[in-house]
Design a protein around this ligand. Structure first.
Ligand SMILES: *Cc1c(COP(=O)(O)O)cnc(C)c1O
Length: 360
């Protein structure tokens, strides 16, 4: 066929499109809630909103390209050297920087599946080959199988902990055993977007594990626990050659001054924000208990969402939720991921779940 426009890279042809959580439908007389994107249902604290508004008065200026003040703040908060911290436009931005830094055509990137839907997109854009390792029957990373999947072409492995969308977390023993099996020249990314929601003491903190491992990079974000999803700021922590590469591959001035200021303010008011996280964790327990009582075989959630393996009933369930006034995230033929939101939203979801319960 003759060319009718600019030639685009072949890799883009069959790229899956990132499917954002649908916005809540507007309907009169009935509340509608969005519990489809793992967002924090609490708006930014008034104190943080003031910082955001103030930072807006500087919007005619470019931001600090390397987010120097924020990096210093993150380094002191988490007890890591400043040279180990690199920021990005959300941790999705940092994921992209990581793939660009490590993998291209001919290289392999290993990740569990199903996991975070940004991984396949970012890997495919890079031209590298994705190697997907199925989750275990109980919806967890199969770290042994992931280690078995490494070849001499592997450059990068993602471990999403807790895993989006199945909510399960890997434990310290199994993760350390896995890391011991990964060659030193393969980078392992511990994507800890939901770290603040973890309560199981056996789920390791990546920031402990990375210290004596130069091939481990930890990803954190201000989007979930800190409630700044709309401002796009996240960061990676890794030893110097890796952190340097993440700075080189960052979009110049990608993290806005408003986002930098808001992230710093979130660390200033962290205690108050983590109290809110605790409210959501309690709500998670309430929701999980109710679902278990309804007869659902629920994977144990360490995140701010739960996972229902609905199989063929997924689309039906998602529509029923929407008709009842809550939007959830369905993965057709597999299951629904439902964020822990406002109590009223969770109640509506639980009512629908009761109707679909396997035991009922
Ligand atoms: C939400 C999420 C992120 C980060 O999102 P950003 O808003 O880009 O920081 C990263 N990884 C996983 C697994 C997520 O679910």
């Amino acid at each position: 066929m003759s060319q009718t426009g600019p030639k685009l890279r072949a890799e883009l042809g069959d790229i899956p499109t990132y499917k954002p959580g649908r916005p809540a439908p507007v309907r009169d007389g009935m509340p509608a809630y969005k519990i489809s994107s793992n967002e924090n249902p609490f708006p930014p604290l008034p104190s943080v909103q003031t910082v955001i508004a103030d930072a807006g008065s500087q919007a005619n200026r470019y931001p600090d390209m390397f987010a120097t003040a924020l990096v210093a703040r993150i380094a002191s908060r988490f007890g890591v050297p400043e040279s180990h911290v690199a920021t990005g436009t959300g941790s999705v931005g940092v994921c992209q920087q990581i793939v660009q830094s490590t993998a291209g055509p001919g290289d392999e990137v290993v990740y569990a599946w199903r996991s975070f839907e940004a991984y396949p997109i970012i890997v495919q854009i890079s031209g590298a080959t994705a190697v997907r390792v199925p989750l275990t029957a109980d919806e967890r990373h199969d770290l042994d199988a992931m280690a078995d999947a490494l070849t001499d072409r592997t450059r990068l492995v993602f471990v999403c902990n807790p895993n989006n969308p199945t909510s399960t977390a890997v434990r310290r023993d199994e993760l350390e055993r896995f890391l011991d099996r990964v060659p030193i020249d393969v980078l392992v990314v511990l994507d800890e977007a939901y770290r603040e929601f973890v309560r199981d003491p056996d789920v390791p903190d990546g920031l402990q594990l990375y210290r004596d491992r130069p091939n481990v990079c930890v990803l954190r974000t201000f989007s979930k626990a800190y409630g700044l999803a709309g401002l796009r700021v996240g960061f990676g922590v890794a030893h110097e050659p890796v952190a340097d590469a993440l700075r080189k591959t960052a979009v110049p001035f990608g993290v806005s001054g408003i986002a930098q200021a808001a992230a710093m303010a979130s660390l200033d008011y962290e205690e108050e924000l983590l109290d809110r996280v605790q409210v959501l964790v309690k709500e998670r327990t309430r929701v999980a208990t109710a679902l278990t009582d309804q007869g659902w075989p629920l994977p144990h959630s360490e995140a701010n969402f739960v996972w229902l393996r609905l199989g063929e009933r997924t689309d039906m369930f998602a529509s029923a939720c929407e008709n009842a006034g809550v939007v959830v995230r369905g993965f057709s033929g597999e299951g629904c991921r439902v964020s822990i939101g406002e109590a009223e939203a969770n109640d509506i979801f639980l009512q629908v779940a009761a109707e679909f319960a396997p035991a009922g």
